[in-house]
Design a protein around this ligand. Structure first.
Ligand code: BG6
Length: 302
C-alpha cells in the first residue's frame, strides 16, 4: 500500500500510542493496537486478527511460522473470518473453502479509545467479485476490542430483498505449547460430527488430541476453556450467535500436506472455532442482521 494511503488511514483512524496502521509483510496494511499491557495486530485483508496477547506472556493466538502474507491468500493462524459459508461451498467445490471474507480487502469503519480497551471496526460490502461467488447484497462488520479480553463481533446484515442463508466462523487458532497435554473443557456430553468419518458421537469428558481432529460440536454451550499445561495457562472462549463449536488439529499427515504449516507445528496449536457450521446456518430476512461473537481471555489454570 502506498505511503499516502497508510498516512490517510493513520490521520483518520490512528490513535496516538494505541492504534497505528503499518505496512504488513506483503505491503498490505495492518493495524497495530496497544491497550495497556495488551496488544493485537489485525490485517485489513480478511479483517484477520493475526496476534493478541499480553506483554511478557506467550501469545494467546497462534500463527504459523510459514504463514503466507500475500494478496488473496488466507493466513494460517490468528482468527480467519470464514464467511458466508463454512468449509467447502455447500454445492460448488470449485468455490473457495470457508468463503471469501478471509481473503477480501476490508475497509476501516471506525476506531475508538475506550479507556480499558481499544476498538477497531472493519467493514466489507458486496461488489462484483463477491457477487461472482455469492449473488447476494450484504454489509459485514467485524468489531475488534482489545484489552484484558479480546472481543470479536462479526455482524452480517442482509441488505438485499430476498432471504439469505449464512454459515461462518471466527476460526481462532490458539497456542497450546504441546497439544497432547491440552484439553478443552465445556464440550462434555455434546454431540459432534466427526468430519473425518462422517459419523456422529457424543463427547465423553474433556476433548483431548492424540491424532487428527476435525469435529463440529452441536449445541455447544456458551463457553469453553482450552487448558494448556505446557504454557501454564488456560484460555476461555465465550460466544454468542453460534450453536456450533469446531475443533481442528491437522496432526502429522495433514500438516505435511499444508505448505503454510510446518511439519511439527501441529503440536503447538489447536483451533477452537466459534461457528455457524454444518446444520447450524442462519437465515436472514431482508434487512435482518446476525452477530457472531467471541470473547477470548486468559484465565488461571484450574
Ligand atoms: C477447519 C475445518 O475449520 O478448518 C477443516 O473443519 C479444515 O476441515 C480447516 O481443514 C482448515 O481449513 P483451511 O481452508 O484454512 O485450510
Amino acid at each position: 500500500m502506498a505511503d499516502q494511503a497508510l498516512a490517510a488511514l493513520n490521520d483518520r483512524f490512528g490513535l496516538a500510542g494505541k492504534l497505528a496502521f503499518v505496512a504488513g509483510p506483503s505491503g498490505l496494511p495492518h493495524a497495530r493496537i496497544a491497550s495497556g499491557d495488551y496488544g493485537a495486530e489485525v490485517a485489513l485483508q480478511g479483517a484477520h486478527v493475526l496476534a493478541y496477547g499480553r506483554r511478557g506472556e506467550p501469545p494467546v493466538l497462534w500463527t504459523s511460522r510459514l504463514a503466507v502474507f500475500a494478496p488473496g491468500k488466507a493466513v494460517r493462524g490468528g482468527v480467519p473470518v470464514c464467511w458466508p459459508w463454512f468449509g467447502p461451498h455447500p454445492s460448488d467445490p470449485g468455490k473457495p473453502a470457508h468463503g471469501f471474507a478471509r481473503v477480501s480487502m476490508w475497509s476501516v469503519a471506525a476506531s475508538a479509545d475506550g479507556g480499558d480497551a481499544v476498538a477497531l471496526t472493519l467493514g466489507l460490502r458486496d461488489d462484483g467479485a463477491t457477487r461472482a461467488l455469492w449473488p447476494h447484497p450484504f454489509a459485514l462488520e467485524l468489531s475488534v476490542r482489545v484489552g484484558a479480553r479480546l472481543e470479536l463481533a462479526l455482524t452480517a446484515t442482509n441488505t438485499g430483498d430476498a432471504p439469505v442463508t449464512l454459515g461462518g466462523a471466527l476460526h481462532s487458532y490458539f497456542g497450546v505449547g504441546a497439544v497432547t497435554e491440552a484439553r478443552i473443557m465445556g464440550l462434555e456430553g455434546a454431540r459432534y460430527l466427526d468430519q473425518l468419518t462422517g459419523e456422529f458421537h457424543a463427547q465423553q469428558g474433556p476433548v483431548t488430541v492424540a491424532g487428527e481432529v476435525d469435529r463440529i460440536y452441536e449445541d455447544a454451550g456458551p463457553a469453553c476453556t482450552i487448558v494448556a499445561p505446557a504454557l501454564g495457562r488456560a484460555v476461555r472462549v465465550a460466544k454468542s450467535g453460534s450453536a456450533t463449536t469446531v475443533v481442528w488439529n491437522p496432526w502429522v499427515e495433514k500438516a505435511r500436506s499444508l505448505a503454510d504449516l510446518g511439519d511439527e507445528e501441529y503440536h503447538e496449536m489447536l483451533c477452537v472455532e466459534t461457528a455457524n457450521a454444518g446444520a447450524d446456518t442462519v437465515t436472514l430476512a431482508p434487512g435482518a442482521r446476525h452477530t457472531l461473537g467471541a470473547t477470548i481471555e486468559v484465565v488461571p489454570l484450574s
